[in-house]
Design a protein around this ligand. Structure first.
Ligand code: DGJ
Length: 568
């Protein structure tokens, strides 16, 4: 009887415990997953324009539109200027409207805290901060002139931001800890110094010419063999010193105007990264004391137009300074890239280091976005994806028009059904991603007992998305791409979700049965995680000939299950 009672109590209370638990990160093999209400979640997100959530009326029609476009998560701004118009006086009415709108559509929210910095600049702080430049000092450029960027070296700046952020997190706990509508928070936005390689205010000059803090030298000693290679390089070149000024420990920076990949002004960048991380880490930690849910930071990337610190917001969370963020901001759970540059795969590979979970908070959507998304899920255990500006542009008084549906909306629809099987396979080594384009038009890897090769199905105008939500917007030939993910179901069975691809299979070891052919190919979908078998594909709808090999044809977005067999 006692055992029976215990069983009943566990059955009732365990699911409730899972429900009561705040959103958190959990490891599964090599993957880090976002857990909400006792389950892992794949965020199929979209970020709203910066000003969309600053008016209750304006934001109202957005939520049903997002639902219609198959988003399950919306990334939206909560700004310091709107929540604390007077010092210590808080107003969360915009947040209430966001929660209400999202909940009515069953959407989750990732809140973007626009506090001290947004795209490097300090433009979202309340007027009482903006105008009081003596109490809230700005950074200074090389010539000692103030810039519209709050200095990271000021404790007053940091503490004022942290107080507001803690009040926000406390409020979210109060109104949302039973709902978990808010699943994650971005702390600040694309922070970093601009127009100058580092802050040159008096406090910054003193710090730069003073000793590297013990927190950092201890970290360097402890992680000597696992530091980012860019950091190891400069530290090693300067003799692995564990004391001295920033230039004694990391060297005097060089400048290479010919190659943006080179680490120009790197010591200044390391210095700024430490100070941004320390500040943002403090803000996040104060927020977590009030309500502990996952928090991340996003980066404006280095690139040909933004080759070094000051050209891109320097000290922001780029992988070359990941150690500085890990050292000085342990309350930050992940560093995430905003990817608008063409070298998307290079950037994702760069961020996939030191166990950093993969989340893309800003990027492009459309067909190219859909291909990249599928690749990222398969190859990098992606936690979530979010194109920017998904609510479209309109002015007050205009009737909102649903943005044109595209390949991404169709892909999100497909992925919603199959997120269960994706999440089960994350981090297990049974899933891979595919991405091919005009420059790299074929890709091969081994998964299970087969070498899988993908190439572009079409190099010309993309096949229209079709389907119920519209057609694909125009795409230039330079952007023609194919993308997919492959899950090995065991033995000779594979599941592939893909677009604009040919996917062929060859045995790794020919062995006694060297030849391979198709037993069956089915297309289908997933509904609530359950496979819904559709057409049996054969003939023209597969690659099953001596000429084209063995495998799948995926000119349009589809999910296909293939069962192979061997013969001689
Ligand atoms: C990156 C920023 O993080 C966003 O807030 C927005 O300004 C976009 N750029 C605009 O492209």
């Amino acid at each position: 009887m006692k055992k029976y009672k215990l069983f009943v109590i566990l059955c009732v209370s365990l699911p409730m415990l899972a429900y009561a638990q705040a959103p958190s990160f959990k490891k599964q093999g090599t993957a880090t997953q976002l857990w909400v209400d006792g389950n892992p979640m794949l965020m199929l997100g979209g970020e709203l324009h910066n000003s969309s959530t600053s008016s209750i009326e304006y934001m109202e029609p957005i939520w049903p539109m997002m639902k219609k476009m198959n988003y399950n998560t919306v990334l939206a701004v909560v700004s310091w200027e709107t929540i604390e118009p007077e010092e210590g006086v808080f107003d969360f009415s915009l947040l209430d409207a966001m929660l209400d709108g999202a909940r009515k559509q069953g959407l989750k929210l990732v809140l973007l805290w626009f506090g001290s910095w947004k795209n490097g600049g300090s433009i979202y702080m309340p007027s009482w901060v903006k105008r009081n430049y003596e109490r809230f000092p700005r950074a200074k450029d090389y010539d000692g002139v103030s810039i519209e960027i709050l200095s990271t070296l000021s404790e007053e700046n940091m503490k004022a931001d942290a107080r507001a952020f803690a009040a926000l997190m406390g409020y979210i706990k109060k109104v949302d800890s039973d709902h978990h509508t808010v699943v994650m928070v971005q702390v600040e936005n694309e922070m970093g110094i601009l127009n100058t390689p580092r802050d040159y205010c008096d406090a910054a000059n003193t710090a730069y010419n003073g000793p590297v803090p013990g927190l950092l030298t201890d970290y360097l000693k402890k992680h000597k063999n696992n530091l980012a290679p860019e950091l190891t390089k400069v530290w090693a070149e300067n003799g692995y010193k564990i004391s001295g000024t920033w230039e004694e420990v990391f060297g005097e920076s060089h400048v290479n105007t010919k190659d943006w990949h080179d680490m120009s002004y790197f010591t200044e960048e390391i210095f700024m990264a430490y100070h941004y991380a320390r500040y943002v880490g403090y803000v996040a930690a104060e927020g977590k004391k009030a309500y502990d849910i996952p928090m991340y930071v996003n980066a404006w990337l280095k690139g040909p137009d933004y080759p070094w610190t000051g050209r891109h917001p320097g000290g922001g969370p780029l992988p070359n300074v990941m150690d500085l963020w890990k050292c000085a901001a342990p309350s930050i759970d992940m560093l995430s890239p905003d990817i608008y540059v063409p070298n998307f795969t290079e950037i994702v590979n760069w961020y996939n280091r030191q166990g950093n979970p993969m989340f893309i908070p800003e990027t492009r959507g459309g067909t190219i976005g859909a291909c990249r998304l599928l690749w990222c899920i398969g190859e990098h255990n992606l936690m979530g994806f979010s194109p920017f500006g998904v609510d479209g542009r309109r002015t007050a008084g205009q009737t909102p028009q649903p943005p044109q549906a595209d390949q991404l909306a169709l892909t999100y629809e497909l992925l919603q059904g199959m997120s269960g099987i994706i999440l089960t396979n994350q981090g297990t080594g049974k899933m891979r991603g595919l991405f091919v384009d005009q420059d790299n038009d074929t890709q091969s890897f081994t998964l299970g007992d087969y070498v899988i090769t993908a190439d572009l199905s079409s190099r010309g105008a993309p096949v229209p998305a079709g389907g119920p939500v519209g057609t694909a917007p125009a795409q230039t030939n330079a952007e023609v791409a194919g993308g997919g993910l492959v899950i090995w179901l065991g033995a000779e069975e594979y599941l592939v979700a893909g677009y604009n691809l040919n996917v062929r299979f060859l045995p790794v070891n020919p062995g006694k049965l060297p030849l391979v052919a198709i037993d069956k190919v089915y297309e289908g979908t997933f509904k609530d995680g359950i496979w819904q078998q559709g057409r049996l594909l054969n003939g023209d709808e597969t690659h099953c000939s001596t000429f084209s090999g063995t495998g799948l044809k995926m000119p349009r977005l589809s999910i296909q299950k293939i069962l192979l067999y061997r013969y001689k």
